[in-house]
Design a protein around this ligand. Structure first.
Ligand code: PEP
Ligand code: MN
Length: 344
């Protein structure tokens, strides 16, 4: 439930509302709406039956939230959220780019990739140190050694680091070296992991599960937020369908759906979404046109020699071309004001 305060409500009025909510054992959160303050109630709203909330001074109305996720819903938080990752805002109107190799393979490979990524204009370096591979015989990642190379690459380039965490035990080392923790598609409903990253202070990039509905995905975000971490960014990376030409079916309509249902920023990964480097540019541009807050793309100094996902990784040259297109398109969209949300 959300309690909408009228524009003249005083801080004393808000304090009284929060006191009433807490008196029945529920939790409250204050949110700044466009014109007025809103108080969100977390927990079983039937407990509020004994409190005449609507009659309290300063209260305009109260509205039940229809979704099973609350903190992640736009009903609860009408304004779009901006997630700050070590000084880089995600969701503020300027799309961010996270680029880099699928996996950290060696110090040399990563530092080379980082320089390419930086020169092309991205803000984040991606690269897995813990790789969730389909086969146990495939390259599994350099683990802590890989995290150290990522941290070194940040020192050299100033890029922010986003990298995947696959286990609860991995959270502490990844949080020590990275700016943002990535929850991969395969772990989107690993509820134990979600609760633990929720206790962590680092922002989280939550990828959509291979077969997850948007509702399940937003509920996964809710797990993280409910555990205390509001800094969640969603990432559409394609879902399984009957199509086999592409690795996954990139669901760009999820961007528009999520923008309507949630206040959380959403980025798109056209690399895993298509599995083909040739499709990365058109889908990256389409994602930006659809209103995505950023992109995640795989780039490798030499894709033909990549230990994973070479077929979907951009060469340095292709990466520069894609970045050029993204810059031009997003400047045009902003100039023409084409991305304003229609909240109706
Ligand atoms: C990745 O981004 O490295 C990755 C493994 O992607 P996904 O979890 O989307 O498959
Ligand atoms: Mn990959």
């Amino acid at each position: 439930m959300v309690i909408i305060m009228n524009p003249e409500a005083t801080s004393q009025n808000i304090a009284e509302v929060i006191k009433a909510i807490k008196s029945v054992g529920l939790d409250a959160k204050i949110m700044e709406g466009a014109q007025q303050k809103i108080v969100g109630v977390i927990g079983d709203k039937t407990k509020l039956a004994s409190v005449a909330i609507d009659a309290l001074p300063g209260v305009e109305s109260s509205v039940a939230i229809s979704k099973s996720y609350k903190l992640a819903s736009r009903e609860f938080h009408p304004q779009s959220s901006v997630v700050d990752v070590s000084g880089v805002p995600i969701g503020g109107g300027v799309p961010v780019v996270m680029a880099g190799p699928c996996a950290v393979e060696s110090r040399e490979q990563l530092l080379k990739a980082a320089q390419i990524v930086k020169d092309g204009g991205a803000q984040f370096l991606r690269g897995g140190a813990y790789k969730p591979r389909t086969s146990p015989y495939s390259f599994q990642g350099l683990e802590v050694e890989g995290l150290k190379y990522l941290a070194e690459a940040r020192e050299v380039t100033g890029l922010r680091i986003v990298t995947e965490v696959t286990t609860v035990e991995g959270i502490a080392p990844v949080a020590e070296y990275a700016d943002m923790l990535q929850i991969g598609a395969r772990n989107m409903q690993n509820f134990g992991l979600l609760k633990e990253v929720g206790k962590c202070k680092r922002p989280v990039l939550l990828k959509r599960g291979l077969a997850a509905t948007i509702d399940e995905w937003l509920n996964a975000a809710e797990y993280i937020m409910n555990a205390g971490n509001p800094n969640v960014v969603l990432c559409e990376r394609g879902i399984r369908t009957y199509e086999t030409y592409t690795r996954n079916t990139l669901d760009l309509s999820a961007v528009a759906a999520v923008k309507h249902l949630s206040h959380l920023p959403i980025i798109v990964d056209p690399s895993h979404g298509t599995g083909k480097w040739r499709m990365v540019k058109p889908m990256a541009l389409a994602a930006i046109a659809a209103g995505a807050d950023g992109l995640m793309m795989e780039v490798h100094p030499n894709p033909a020699r990549a230990l994973s996902d070479g077929q979907q990784s951009l060469t340095p040259e292709h990466y520069r071309t894609v970045m050029n297109g993204i810059k031009k398109l997003s400047a045009f969209l902003r100039e023409e004001n084409l991305l304003t949300l229609d909240e109706g």
